[in-house]
Design a protein around this ligand. Structure first.
Ligand SMILES: [Zn+2]
Length: 274
């Protein structure tokens, strides 16, 4: 699933093309991506609406339409691209949501396996949604102390806690692996056992890595594409994720891959991370 840097890249790419534009014609190919909204209400809510802002919250792109917000959570195979003209012929395959803009361009949410979700929230719905998500790691107000508070007294593995969106926004498996490796912290360590010094290091590494990944337009392992349809480049800079069995860049030991912490792959160095 695209994480914070990937969605941030998408948002920065599509924002200029969408700001101030109006949706003239809207169509949806499948309803199974919708959460809490019917096809009818979605199409009616989008048609004729003007895009006031495009932003990101956690791993979601948020289109502010005045009264409503369209929230797009791109799944593993989802992409959000503004095309210079309406899609035709074969290009329309896997296009789930198509919204034609008043300047002739078209915003397309494409999703081969339809693992992503679309929500249309009014002001109250958005408030509830936003409140359920933890702090944004790149916000100036996010401090080591806030990270420490999020990790709190949890007996759960620190990796699980930093990937839990209600504790911290936007971090998924790739960047959790990378940040814990860079901070020298064992991903399986109980969150409550981390010291203030651990909080300081982990906080700094989470922010540094997310910012570096945004500069590289995100990580393309398989399907992720930027808002202009390109691959990201941060996969070239990964030091832990995807490198199980390969030598640690710091000490040369073989990196360990395990699925015992959560259902996802965790890669770490048993020597550098404790
Ligand atoms: Zn090592």
């Amino acid at each position: 699933m695209p994480e914070l840097p990937e969605v941030e890249t998408i948002v920065r790419d599509i924002r200029p093309a969408l700001l101030g534009r109006r949706f003239d014609r809207v169509s949806l190919s499948h309803e199974d991506v919708l959460r809490g909204v019917s096809r009818r209400r979605l199409v009616r809510g989008l048609t004729g609406a003007t895009v006031h802002d495009v932003s990101r919250r956690a791993k979601h792109a948020v289109l502010d339409l005045g009264t409503n917000r369209l929230v797009v959570q791109p799944g593993m195979t989802g992409s959000l691209v503004v095309h210079p003209r309406p899609l035709a012929g074969h290009d329309r395959q896997y296009a789930v949501l198509r919204a034609q803009l008043d300047d002739g361009r078209e915003l397309v949410y494409r999703d081969v396996r339809r693992l992503g979700t679309l929500l249309l929230l009014d002001a109250r719905g958005w408030e509830r949604y936003d409140r359920a998500i933890g702090p944004e790691p790149l916000d100036p107000g996010f401090t080591p102390e806030r990270l420490g508070a999020a990790l709190g007294r949890s007996r759960q593995a620190v990796k699980k806690v930093i990937m839990d969106q209600k504790h911290l926004a936007g971090v998924g498996n790739i960047y959790a692996n990378e940040a814990l490796y860079a901070a020298g912290i064992d991903p399986s360590k109980a969150a409550r056992k981390l010291t203030p010094e651990d909080h300081r290091r982990l906080h700094a590494e989470i922010r540094r890595i997310l910012q570096a990944a945004i500069r590289s337009n995100g990580t393309t392992v398989r399907d992720y594409r930027t808002g202009t349809g390109e691959e990201g480049n941060f996969q070239l800079e990964l030091l832990a994720y995807g490198r199980e069995g390969e030598p640690c860049r710091r000490c040369g030991s073989r990196l360990t891959g395990t699925h015992t912490i959560d259902a996802r792959i965790t890669v770490f160095c048993h020597r550098c991370q404790s």
